[in-house]
Design a protein around this ligand. Structure first.
Ligand code: NIG
Ligand code: FE
Length: 418
């Protein structure tokens, strides 16, 4: 920090907003304010100013000023990835092969695979080992352009292992690389020991896990997998309300595999976001319109599990804001590459590149209460952004799917290297 940085000759400076907006919704999502042939100045880790090269500032104090020439390159605010599970142990490529051979995600889960498989692996893994595995993924997503992230627990499913996961998230936070929000997802699945006693597990979440997590201040949010075979809408509401009492704001995994009234519950509890939404109905869209809850699409999970596509286009056309995030996790989306998320948003969901970039920056920042800190090039926001290779336009990023177009990542105004 304390450093002064000037980027000049930027081909396009993307997502410039003079004042911070909370989110962009409906037809406004088509607007992506950008400056051609631009400069950007950062000071002390924050965005200081920007403009067109035609009005290049007369700099008198060149001392300690690092200047970067961005001729032919595009500068974008880093992605905000508002839904991930990057803290996990091992992997589940065996289940991936089982699904190719014909088993469904639900069939694998009912045989003790799925989330319970990851929970078993995580239980056997030490906190230090879990931290190392998670740290690798953390650096991987930063190199792909993520500059703020939400990370969930939910592969512990016991007091001790949920705390282990949340302590790993805390250690990642303490690296002070990018803003991190921690979510307690104890209600991700019912563990084996409670197979015949779901009520007992809900009591464990409410009476033991939540107070312990709150007293160590280990979480910002509470989340529930509201789904057939997992937690009902009534159970979801009960768990979210218990979390709220401990100061945790709700987020919900909703309508992913079936319509389970997760959206209705999330809106009732003033959730900051409601995520997945494959089985979102027209009534749900009407409910969301009256709320401050951010509908969040996780295209990686729908792609990986071959699920029906959530109605993102319909939501935007109805005037809603929409966020896109990666859902990076070992079972339904083993990738956290937000560039590919942009491609899926455009190719499968028919968002324009402008809508997709708004969805993956400012709107996803809102879904973790960070739209005042990141998600746009705005004076006073954190200088977290990336410089692309030489490309013609920002549309080339989603167009050139699965390619690596980022040349350099900057966090807090400093060049990021692992
Ligand atoms: O967001 N939907 C529930 N949870 C995760 C997947 C969990 C897993 O299979 O490990 C998700 O898709
Ligand atoms: Fe998830």
């Amino acid at each position: 920090m304390g450093k002064k940085l000037l980027l000049k000759n930027i081909k396009t400076l993307v997502q410039v907003r003079d004042t911070a907006v909370e989110w962009v919704a409906g037809a406004d999502m088509k607007q992506l304010p950008s400056i051609e042939n631009a400069w950007l100045a950062c000071d002390d880790g924050l965005i200081a100013d920007y403009g067109s090269m035609e009005d290049f500032p007369g700099i008198t104090d060149w001392k300690d000023l690092e200047v970067i020439d961005c001729t032919g390159k595009i500068v974008m605010p880093s992605y905000a990835d508002s839904h991930t599970h990057i803290v996990y142990a091992g992997n589940r490529e065996g289940e991936f092969v089982d699904r190719i051979k014909g088993l469904t995600y639900e069939e694998i889960a009912s045989k003790g695979g799925g989330i319970l498989n990851s929970a078993q692996l995580l239980n056997k893994t030490s906190e230090d080992n879990l931290f190392q595995q998670s740290l690798n993924r953390f650096h991987e997503v930063i190199a792909h352009g993520t500059g703020a992230i939400e990370i969930k627990s939910g592969y512990g499913l016991s007091l001790e292992s949920e705390l282990k996961m949340l302590r790993v998230i805390k250690r990642l936070k303490e690296l002070n690389l990018i803003p991190i929000k921690a979510t307690f997802l104890g209600a991700h699945a019912v563990p084996k020991e409670f197979k015949e006693n779901k009520e007992g597990y809900i009591r464990l979440i409410i009476d033991e896990m939540l107070p312990a997590i709150a007293s160590e201040k280990l979480a910002d949010y509470i989340d529930v997998f509201c789904e057939k075979g997992y937690f009902t809408a009534a159970e979801t509401q009960r768990i979210l309300e218990a979390g709220l009492k401990q100061g945790l704001i709700p987020k919900v995994h909703a309508e992913q595999l079936s319509h389970s009234n997760g959206i209705k519950t999330a809106v009732n509890c003033n959730a900051i976001s409601v995520d997945h939404l494959e089985f979102c109905s027209d009534d749900d869209i009407a409910l969301l319109k009256k709320s401050k809850t951010m509908p969040t699409i996780l295209p990686g999970a729908a792609y990986f599990l071959n699920l029906p596509l959530p109605p993102a286009r319909k939501m935007i056309d109805a005037g809603l804001p929409v966020a896109f995030a990666s859902d990076y996790n070992p079972g339904s989306s083993p990738s956290g590459n937000m560039n590919f998320v942009l491609s899926m948003a455009c190719i499968q969901y028919k968002l324009t590149p402008e809508e997709a970039i708004n969805a993956a920056t400012i709107n996803s920042a809102y879904a973790m209460h960070l739209s005042g800190n990141v998600g746009s090039i705005t004076p006073g926001k954190r200088a977290n952004f990336f410089i692309t290779k030489e490309i013609n336009s920002y549309s080339f990023i989603p167009y050139s799917f699965a390619n690596h177009l980022i040349e350099e990542v900057f966090l807090n105004g400093c060049k990021y290297t692992r």
